[in-house]
Ligand binder design. Structure first.
Ligand code: WT7
Length: 645
């Protein structure tokens, strides 16, 4: 497959960028010509950020799976679409060609249909990283059902909240999932999540770990049985087919829940056509994908990175995507490097937290690893510190591979700011230049554009985007007003990212981190309010305040200040109880790293917790606590300082 929209020189980048800003409709219509449409659009773009309303390719009809699969069959039937690497390296690899992927997706679409799933229905997918997860996602897209994938690290309670918010009627899960030395009992967590649930009609269970599961009559069915039955329905005389549902460009493709500064996760909704264009365009350009390259994105499909750069972007580009079931440190810290050599990976896309963690194991895990197939390295999820950037560049890329630092968000669908591998200049720890179609703007707290520069010519402000790109979120599920207030109301007329950023005099951006009450722990977004709500569920807790603090490996750690009313015998035991509570309510990913028991929290006279002060204390930056005289009880600050852990 050729990519006429691939940017191959710095001059072309500047040319395309300029053109995309001056004539977005013309520019994106040209890119759109490279996709398969049942019917072309009436209008390329229609938008306002007040409602907000964003429509790309209005009136067009398509199905994304015909773009991700069917159109490749003529020329790439036998090409691997997915190379699956199991958790246990002793188990065999599975190679899924485009032909096989087509068959499995058709089969699973038929399974969904047989079970009553219709266009627009919400299907929750809670599975480990097995190829069947990709079949499930694409099977939904094929019949026009809206998938909502939930990461395996979320608790039953979190699943229940998401099922309820999405009013999901169907679930696809596994008996269990392997992650390193652990087995996660997915089906059993689903069973817990379904206690009291009244909307879910059907649970389809794929067998992976052979963990005993309880199958409820009339509700639960086995994946294997359903697939076998569907096979004879979709395959006639050796020809496989299942007609793809004709979707509107703006029909929702999926919901993905993410944390914000309020207690309740939001269901970010992405469209069909715009998301398809954006993930494919950014995939091909950022990584400079060449036909035949093997792309390895280490994310989990439970997060947006996996949706966009394991499944949709690569497959729409006809690429080969490696899907890894396990974790980087099991059975040893050389696992990524073994996978790269084994599958001759050309592009490695991972998170700074993984790099920092692997860095900590020193050189030994790298001994005997060639890594000679690598051409491009990428990072995503959080700011990358210079030390980790250089370690990655020197030890993994052997200084031969461009490193792309891709900045984006669940809401943006794909990368907004990044260098293009080997095409635009890299700058360690800077995401660098915006993609064509992206108009970033730095604003002050009052919404005015930042104009002031420091002595090095660097500007600093809150990062907004001034106009829509094809991959922008369309709404938050079931609550459009929430979408408006969260992203479009802080600075009217602009999309507000929630991030702070620097801009140098070359136009490069460096993302400095969240400016709202959202933490980024190991590249996972967690709202402080959510963690506080969970801690406060513990019977002995009166009140709590959660802040982030710098953590060597996770980027940010979770620091909780807790007022506890019961006399407790043992602080350590109580801490473990609180962690257990958070694990139950949200999931293990939100467990606080540090819990400090306090008698009071720093509050203003109106009762607002001064997190700024707590953040400084958590960072041990006692000299910059700022003015504490306006606090209701300035005395608490001294106590908290002294008790810091
Ligand atoms: C937040 C979005 C994008 C997929 C994974 C995370 C931070 C993301 C970078 C980067 C600095 C980054 C931002 C952003 N972030 N990439 N390259 N440099 N910060 O998606 O869970 O939606 O989180 O991750 O703070 O707002 P997410």
């Amino acid at each position: 497959m050729a990519y006429p929209f691939q940017i191959t020189s710095l001059e072309q980048y500047h040319r395309d960028y300029k053109r995309s800003a001056e004539d977005p409709e013309g520019f994106w219509a040209e890119v759109a010509e490279n996709f398969l449409w049942r019917k072309k659009w009436d209008r390329v773009l229609n938008w306002n950020f007040t409602e907000p309303k964003v429509e790309w390719f209005g009136g067009a009809k398509l199905n994304i799976t015909e773009n991700a699969i069917d159109r490749h069959l003529a020329t790439m039937r036998d090409k691997p679409a997915i190379i699956w690497e199991p958790n246990n390296p002793e188990e065999r690899t599975r190679v899924v060609t485009y032909e096989r992927l087509h068959k499995r997706v058709c089969q699973f679409a038929q399974v969904l249909k047989n079970n009553g799933v219709k266009k627009g229905d919400r299907v929750c997918i809670y599975m480990g990283m097995v190829p069947e997860l990709a079949y499930a996602v694409l099977g939904c897209a094929r019949i026009g059902a809206i998938h909502s994938v939930i990461f395996g690290g979320f608790s039953a309670r979190s699943i229940a909240d998401r099922l309820d918010d999405a009013q999901a009627e169907y679930i696809v899960t596994c008996d269990g999932a392997y992650r390193g030395a652990k087995d996660i009992p997915l089906k059993s967590l689903i069973d817990d999540a379904l206690i009291g649930n009244k909307t879910v009609k059907r649970v389809i269970v794929y067998t992976r770990t052979r963990t005993p599961v309880s199958m409820i009559k009339g509700r639960d069915v086995w994946w294997e049985d359903e697939m076998e039955h569907a096979e004879s329905q979709v395959e006639k005389n050796g020809v496989v087919s299942f007609p793809a549902e004709e979707m509107d460009a703006e029909d929702p493709l999926f919901i993905l829940y993410t944390s914000g500064s309020t207690g309740k996760p939001k269901g970010v909704v992405h469209s069909t056509a715009g998301y398809m264009l954006w993930t494919t365009y950014t995939f091909v350009n950022v990584f400079q994908y060449k036909p035949g390259d093997i792309h390895f994105c280490t994310a989990d499909i439970g997060w947006i990175t996996g949706h966009s750069y394991i499944v949709y972007g690569p497959l729409c580009a006809g690429a080969t995507s490696v899907m890894f079931e396990g974790i980087p440190t099991w059975p040893d810290a050389g696992r990524f490097w073994d996978i790269i050599d084994k599958h001759q990976v050309n592009i490695l896309y991972t998170a700074p937290t993984a790099i920092r963690s692997l860095m900590g194991f020193g050189h030994e895990p790298l001994e005997g690893k060639h890594l000679a197939s690598l051409k491009v390295l990428g990072t995503v999820g959080e700011p990358i510190n210079e030390e980790a950037w250089h370690w990655y560049d020197e030890n993994i890329g052997k200084k031969q591979c461009p490193v792309v630092d891709t900045w984006w968000q669940t809401e943006t669908g794909g990368t907004l700011i990044s260098n293009l591998a080997g095409v635009t200049p890299e700058k360690p720890s800077w995401a660098s230049l915006p993609m064509p179609g992206i108009i970033p703007l730095l604003v002050n707290e009052d919404g005015s554009e930042v104009t002031e520069k420091d002595e090095d010519g660097v500007m600093k402000g809150n990062l907004c985007i001034a106009a829509p790109w094809p991959g922008i979120l369309r709404t938050t599920y079931g609550d459009h007003e929430r979408c408006r207030t969260n992203y479009f109301a802080t600075y009217p007329g602009m999309y507000f990212t929630g991030d702070g950023a620097l801009k140098d005099d070359q136009g490069n951006y460096r993302i400095t981190g969240r400016v709202d009450d959202v933490l980024n722990v190991s590249g996972h977004r967690i709202g402080t309010a959510e963690v506080e709500n969970a801690i406060n569920m513990h019977s002995g807790v009166v009140e709590s305040a959660v802040v982030g603090y710098p953590h060597d490996i996770k980027g940010q750690g979770i620091y909780a200040f807790v007022i506890y009313n019961h006399a407790h015998i043992n602080d350590e035991l109580t801490r473990q109880d609180i962690q257990q509570t958070v694990t139950r309510i949200i999931g293990p990913i939100a467990k606080p790293d540090k819990i400090q028991f306090v008698h009071g929290l720093p509050k203003t006279r109106s009762g607002k917790i001064m997190r700024r002060i707590l953040r400084k204390i958590a960072e041990a930056d006692f000299d910059h606590l700022g003015d504490i005289s306006t606090l209701l009880d300035p005395g608490v600050v001294e106590e908290i300082k002294n008790g810091r852990i």
